[in-house]
Design a protein around this ligand. Sequence first.
Ligand SMILES: Cc1cc2nc3c(=O)[nH]c(=O)nc-3n(C[C@H](O)[C@H](O)[C@H](O)COP(=O)(O)OP(=O)(O)OC[C@H]3O[C@@H](n4cnc5c(N)ncnc54)[C@H](O)[C@@H]3O)c2cc1C
Length: 396
Amino acid sequence: MSKPANTTSDFLDYASLLSPEEQSELKRIREYLATEIKPLAEKAWDASEFPKDLFKKLAPLGTAAGSYPEYSRVQVTPHSELLAGFIRIEMNKTDPSFAVAAGVHTGLAMGSVAGGGDEEQRQRWLPDMVDMSLIGAFGLTEPEGGSDVSGGMRTTATRDGDEWVLNGAKRWIGNATFADLVVVYARDTADDQVKAFVVEKGTEGFHAEKIQGKISLRTVENADLTLTNVRVPEKNRLQNINGFRDVAKILRDTRGDVAWQATGVAMRAYEVAREYATTRVQFGKPIGGFQMIQDLLVKMLSNVTAMLGMVIRLGQLAENKEDTSAQAALAKAFCTTRMRETVAWGRELFGGNGIVLEYEIAKLFADAEAIYSFEGSREMNTLIVGKNITGLSAFA
Ligand SMILES: Cc1cc2nc3c(=O)[nH]c(=O)nc-3n(C[C@H](O)[C@H](O)[C@H](O)COP(=O)(O)OP(=O)(O)OC[C@H]3O[C@@H](n4cnc5c(N)ncnc54)[C@H](O)[C@@H]3O)c2cc1C
């Protein structure tokens, strides 16, 4: 008799690197996601509608508290880089759109306040952001400036006494339609340096328009922003962001997060494809018994296993507080490329069923496209690594 099938997508058992306490915390999170969050995903994606109470449901997971324990009102055990990464995998296996909305809040918006704010600003905003009663967004990209936004930011900030006046436009800003605060990056007209401003909900001159008709991450509300003479007090300017170099430090961490995210998406694609291959019968036997289908599955599993190895090592380096800018760029470019290949193989394995929402692979296939392009496209992350290994910049 042959051995029962090995169903894991973590073939080399990387999760055993977590401590027993971390493993049980991950199990708690996995179970909560399966019962409270997963059932909302498909309908929300199909309708392209963000569930208004999603953050209330995500708060008990404690992901923000684990990442920023010193700003949590309840005592929590800090999440190691590895645990945070494995939680990111679980969230993306549950639904990439929900994971992205949460990531914009905890990674990009909270990361901006934590890394760019002074202690008074961190104390002012982070405790409410930790318990998700205050939701954040991150406004960097512009309609005319995506990859090159570092050098050519068009949104301006002009000092006027104790206030700043912001003018310009932003594009793709996740959560901005409902966020309580949006971190807006703008170029200071006096010294040409990029600075960051916390724009609070309801501020006059700030307008967010939901981008319609997306084919990827449909549940995430991305917005076109217009800023017309938006007045922000100096106390809302993040005091430690004084140029794009400071923004790049925030992006370094979130690019690593996207590599973990891509790994989660690819793992889920492999899991649903493996399961389908054992149940879909053609020519009188499960398609998983055909050599060419096994080849697809093994290529998918090989990608997933390589991705896991890379993000785990990246996490270990980040734990030691090393500068991992180039390594995070390499992981983002590599893992999102492998993810895109993996979901495509999964979709192929499902035949016609691979293009309908009823089978999860279709959603993963579509969501991979946005993940591949945001937080720096594959090309831009490749050029960051290229500069690191040659000492020569191909883009600036
Ligand atoms: C779903 C989604 C969510 C997002 N969320 C946010 C958010 O919350 N906040 C935010 O600020 N931004 C957000 N973004 C923006 C995202 O970061 C940008 O889309 C991304 O940086 C690419 O910029 P772009 O779309 O303007 O493409 P472009 O910069 O116009 O690039 C177009 C193509 O040209 C290539 N290219 C450009 N320059 C070069 C070069 N020098 N060499 C080779 N190729 C090059 C690119 O790789 C790409 O393939 C989001 C985007 C998406 C799709």
